[in-house]
Design a protein around this ligand. Sequence first.
Ligand code: RP5
Length: 167
Amino acid sequence: MTKKRVAIVFGSDSDWPTMEKCVKQLRSFGENPFVEVMSAHRNPQRVCDFATNAEREGIVVIIAAAGMSNALAGAIAAHTTLPVIGIPLVSGSLQGFDALLSTVQMPPGIPVATVSVGDAGAKNAALLAVQIISRFDEELAKKYRQFKEDQALAVSKRNDAIQEKLG
Ligand code: RP5
């Protein structure tokens, strides 16, 4: 396992079923992420301390996820110069639409790279973090190229199965 270059933080332990997928995807590339539950609304001081110190601790990319009114990604971006990837999570009566808007609609000057809502976003956030780190880690870049090739092959195999059914 490599040193912790990616931090994955999320607003509640209730987000874990989705965020576990993000952790697993990163681990599949040999990354060993820092993981912590923290909430911009419920324990804001911890969020501020984490974001302020992350770069000094060796973190390169921060993935921040929350449901409902997702302030986590934006609050972290306010306190760091590291790239922040935001995942809007499905939670509450609006099922992630609220989190999507609050994550993606950052004011100019404070970017948050927002990925899809929910499980797809959790997976894509991990892949995006890998792509960023790959720019200065050739071993990781090789793994990512392989991942893309495997994915393309899987699609082609699925197409073969459909073509067979068609006769
Ligand atoms: C958000 O509120 C969390 O990220 C979670 O998605 C949602 C509900 O949190 P809990 O009430 O389940 O702790 O801040």
